[in-house]
Design a protein around this ligand. Structure first.
Ligand code: 3PG
Length: 214
């Protein structure tokens, strides 16, 4: 049966790590997206946590065809519509609300809603989602928690983010109910401040080499 998460899974194309980006300077957006794509991480999540985030999404959508631009930290329908207009191809929320689920159902953009409790997971299954964001992953129980969801929630897989780095990424990706992980470690603040795009590409290449999941 088709699930509402099919488009998302197709867009991620097996990419094991999705960079979670907080862009403070608009001029960083395009070189950052290019550097990540060059390292093998074309799908990126630009979070709505800065003043320039929407414009950054717009610029990357327009100027970096090799990237698959997504938007994160979507908290309400207004955020959803703003990033949709800016050209986000996938939309990520740390949680879910009835209004967001309703709005996402009429959008061409793929939606990755968050779930961290069994009740939220059941709601997503009722809405035909098969993939949920799991945030904040480490703080909420990490790999053992996600492992214990596999049996009761056999129809649901997860994209954990929060507290993940190269140190524990492999443990997450080894779980059969994890589609991909997200993290900010591939785009460290000091690399952005220095415009060290070669370092970003190197970090992305290391992350991209982690076991890909279908
Ligand atoms: C997110 O929004 O997914 C997280 O803030 C990313 O968490 P990290 O910075 O610990 O990778």
């Amino acid at each position: 049966m088709a699930s509402r998460s099919d488009v998302l899974v197709k867009l991620l194309a097996g990419q094991p790590v999705v960079p979670v980006l907080k862009i403070d300077r608009l001029e960083d957006a395009v070189p950052l997206a290019r550097a990540l794509a060059a390292g093998g991480l074309p799908a990126i999540e630009i979070t709505l946590r800065t003043r320039v985030a929407l414009e950054a999404i717009r610029k990357v959508a327009k100027e970096v065809p090799e990237a698959t631009v997504g938007a994160g930290t979507i908290l309400n329908v207004r955020d959803f519509e703003n990033v949709e207009r800016a050209g986000a191809r996938f939309v990520v929320s740390p949680g879910q609300t009835p209004d967001l689920l309703k709005r996402a159902a009429t959008s061409d953009a793929a939606f990755l809603p968050g779930a961290i409790t069994p009740a939220e997971m059941m709601t997503l299954l009722e809405h035909d989602y098969t993939v949920a964001k799991f945030f904040p992953a480490e703080q909420a129980g990490g790999v053992p928690f996600i492992k214990s969801l596999a049996s009761p929630f056999a129809g649901l897989s997860f994209c954990p983010t929060g507290g993940i780095s190269m140190k524990n990424a492999g443990d997450y990706l080894a779980q059969p109910n994890i589609v991909c992980i997200g993290g900010s470690w591939v785009a460290p603040d000091d690399a952005l401040a220095a415009g060290d795009w070669a370092r970003v590409t190197k970090l992305a290449a290391e992350a991209a080499a982690l076991r890909a999941k279908g």
